[in-house]
Design a protein around this ligand. Structure first.
Ligand code: SF4
Length: 563
């Protein structure tokens, strides 16, 4: 026996790898409590129980697995009890943190919102949500203070204008992102709207696809500004012009942020538009069948894509889920355009589209109604919400633009905002979210407008994005901001933020995005935030090289200039 043989004989026998809950590999036995309740009863079935039982018998009639589990598939989460500080987030149970009212998420799917629909959305806000309404960075409208008794009436009103809350949350394909200027922009490559509709009709509300390992996010754009944050969706269709096959889509899979951020990977295929729905169904099916279901924090598609790589993912898609392979295709071209659509732009038909900033997406029922009036006065019958928490007015008569701009300004909605307000974002935060440690919306609003004032008269171009999150989940995309702020308690119970710098997405400044990095060992209290940000930006302005962006500078600057 050789020395090598001896060492081998001492080795323990190799353990079989732990099953990861991949249905096609390991079978369908549930490996965690979420998988158990999803298997026991399809989450879509909770809709009937809401209509027939809970809305009639009230909050106390809702059993826990529906309340904290399946309700999400109907866009409903219990909101945070009022008055609980950040310490409660880690100290109390979900039940103790929960109020008897709901956050309700309306999926808009990047569709146009008619002025009639705006009034319906506004009416729901005023009648059933204490006037609350936020535009989210998934182009949704989010209400708070919803009583279960009013849900049937709210659904009826939403359906009357083509909207729904079906699968707006939960382990399923959530609201789609679509380019806010799809179908109208003069420089559009392709309008994804009809193909997204095909995907929606095939997948949403279909029990074949309602039990995925985790949430699944979808985006499509045909605009050269790359305006739907395609790198951080589970699947994205990005408009490209194939030299022989014409306009279609470049396919990206496996993007997502949260605590372990990943940019999506290009598969290198060209998706002809008529095959987009088949390809979509194939990608969702791969996630359903091969996604990891053992650990919730390893279940997003990004982890499978990381393990498989783009080549294997493409092979499985083409051989197991499509009738025939897809042709190779080009990558999207870098256009240097900013994708937030702020300001006034040309449409194909001679009219204008006007992008306006509702600061950090916070509006109200009254504002939705007034926005409808202003749109109509400017000749527009439809608006779009954007993944940057903005409103884009379509079809505006050129002579009416100034009147619209002034009317919006009076509502606090700006067509020409200051640079910080323009690109700032904030998640829901402690006001309503049970996972939050700090207040975000109001903080962001005051910090961004204060920064605009402090730098008035100075050129901040390109604008520097400041995004605020209440917790590590990154609903406000902190790792893709120039300055990303992750809410946490510092020094006891003081609300504060961990700082991430240098994030970006493909767009105006760069052809490829980069994830921001935290500044080692540095946190800033909520009270000191504006002064810190002013100092940081002043350091950048004093130290930057020719044409250098904030993100580039932050990666090479000395640490003391970042603190
Ligand atoms: Fe809530 Fe965290 Fe998302 Fe903010 S980032 S809305 S605090 S889960």
């Amino acid at each position: 026996m050789t020395a090598t043989d001896t060492s081998q004989s001492r080795k323990r026998p190799a353990r079989a790898p732990k099953p990861q809950g991949q249905w096609k590999v390991d079978g369908k036995d549930p490996l965690n409590p979420n998988e158990v309740f999803k298997k026991e009863d399809d989450a879509l079935n909770v809709r009937d129980r809401i209509l027939e039982k809970y809305s009639k018998e009230g909050f106390d009639s809702i059993p826990p697995t529906d309340l904290t589990g399946r309700f999400r598939w109907m866009g409903l989460y219990t909101q945070r009890k009022q008055g609980l500080g950040g310490r409660a987030t880690s100290d109390l149970s979900d039940e103790e943190l929960s109020d008897e009212y709901f956050m309700m998420r309306v999926r808009v799917d990047g569709k146009e919102v008619s002025t009639d629909a705006l009034r319906v959305l506004g009416g729901i806000s005023n009648d059933f949500a204490r006037g609350s309404a936020d535009i989210t960075d998934r182009q949704n409208i989010q209400y708070h203070w919803v009583d279960i008794k009013n849900v049937p009436e709210i659904w009826q009103r939403l359906e009357s204008v083509g909207f729904e809350t079906m699968e707006a949350c939960g382990d399923c394909p959530r609201a789609f992102l679509n380019s806010p200027v799809a179908g109208v922009a003069a420089d559009e490559i392709i309008d994804p709207t009809p193909y997204l509709q095909q995907m929606h009709d095939r997948i949403i509300g279909n029990p074949e696809f309602s039990n995925l390992p985790r949430k699944f996010k979808t985006a499509a754009t045909g605009h050269p500004s790359l305006d739907v944050v395609h790198e951080i969706n589970d699947v994205s269709f990005v408009g490209v012009e194939h030299p022989e096959l014409g306009a279609g889509f470049d396919l990206w899979v496996g993007g997502g942020l949260s605590t372990v951020p990943h940019f999506a990977k290009r598969l290198g295929v060209f998706v002809p538009p008529e095959r987009a729905a088949d390809v979509y169904e194939g990608v969702v099916s791969i996630f359903r069948d091969y996604g990891y279901r053992r650990l919730r924090n390893k279940a997003r598609l990004k982890f499978l894509v990381k393990d498989w790589g783009a080549e294997k993912f493409r092979e499985v898609l083409e051989t197991e889920y499509l009738d025939s392979p897809l042709p190779d295709g080009p990558a999207p071209e870098y256009s240097g355009q900013r994708g937030d659509h702020s300001g006034v732009h040309d449409q194909k038909d001679g009219r204008k589209y006007v992008g306006a900033t509702a600061v950090v997406g916070r509006i109200s029922g009254d504002i939705l109604n007034q926005v409808a009036d202003l749109a109509e006065a400017a000749g527009s019958k439809r608006v779009k919400f954007t993944p940057h928490q903005k409103i884009v007015f379509l079809d505006v008569i050129p002579e009416k633009v100034d009147e619209l701009v002034e009317g919006l300004y009076a509502l606090g909605i700006q067509v020409y905002p200051g640079p910080f307000t323009r690109v700032g974002m904030a998640c829901t935060g402690i006001e309503y979210c049970k996972l939050s440690f700090v207040e975000t919306k109001e903080k962001a609003r005051t910090v961004l407008s204060e920064l605009d004032q402090r730098f008035a008269g100075e050129t901040i171009d390109p604008p520097i994005s400041v995004h605020l999150n209440g917790c590590p989940n990154s609903c406000a995309r902190i790792q893709t901001a120039d300055i990303g702020l992750k809410g946490q308690l510092i020094e006891g119970d003081t609300p504060g933020f961990q700082v991430h710098l240098g994030g970006s997405l493909a767009g105006a400044e760069v052809a490829e995005g980069e994830l921001g990095q935290s500044v080692r060992g540095f946190k800033v209290s909520s009270d000191d935030l504006t002064d810190y940000l002013e100092g940081l930006v002043r350091n950048f302005l004093a130290d930057r090289g020719e044409g250098e962006t904030f993100a580039e500078w932050s990666r090479r600057a000395e640490e003391e200039k970042l603190k």
